[in-house]
Design a protein around this ligand. Structure first.
Ligand code: HEC
Length: 174
């Protein structure tokens, strides 16, 4: 569970999420099955993969609600769900605990080897989030587009505005 991506949810948003889950029709469940490639299972077994609980800053006060508007502040709130893979500085690099065949996460700060020059405007960026494809039509791996594509226009545009303001970092300086 990538709780490091979700622990900054405001109490209001967590409450809304709980209300939504409670509203779902009952469906019989099965046993939870986690499929990991063998090398990852081995590393995990030896404690080589940090658990989310170790990655969360437990000293932070609860997040305060931010109005869902086309603002940098709201974009920063949305971007909290990118840090588990792209790193706290969003500069990308190898994803800790990811299978060996996963590509490194991209540098989405304006720094060295940034991918952001390919996204000249918010519309190009929003299209990528909806389709899972780069502007040249090639498919982007690993990113959870099945949920990212559900982001609404305000969230995606605020996210883009925020990414324009983050400090430039060299690739992989998580
Ligand atoms: C589960 C891990 C994961 C999450 C969560 C994730 N990303 Fe990514 N992202 C990646 C990986 C890995 C790549 C590199 C994919 C590749 O090279 O094919 C990538 C690539 C990208 C790219 C570059 C696409 C290109 O043009 O090559 C952008 C932009 C991006 N991510 C933005 C985001 C944003 C914004 C969020 C949060 C809303 C996010 N990602 C969440 C793993 C993730």
């Amino acid at each position: 569970m990538p709780s490091e991506d979700y622990n900054r949810l405001t109490d209001d948003d967590t409450g809304a999420l709980i209300a939504y889950v409670k509203s779902l029709a009952p469906v019989p469940g099965g046993e939870a099955v986690v499929k990991l490639p063998l090398p990852v299972r081995v590393i995990y077994g030896f404690g080589g993969i940090p658990e989310p609980v170790e990655k969360i800053d437990h000293s932070l006060p609860p997040s305060q609600p931010v109005a869902a508007a086309l603002s940098v502040e709201h974009g920063k709130y949305v971007a909290a769900m990118c840090i588990g893979c792209h790193g706290a500085t969003l500069s990308g690099g190898k994803i800790p605990g990811g299978p060996p065949d996963w590509p490194a996460a991209a540098n989405i700060t304006p720094g060295d080897k940034s991918v952001m020059p390919a996204y000249k405007d918010a519309t190009t960026f929003a299209t990528m989030m909806k389709t899972g494809k780069r502007p040249d039509g090639s498919a982007i791996k690993v990113m959870p587009f099945e949920s990212l594509r559900e982001m609404n226009e305000i969230d995606v545009q605020a996210l883009y505005a925020y990414l324009k303001t983050v400090p430039a970092k060299p690739f992989g300086q998580r």
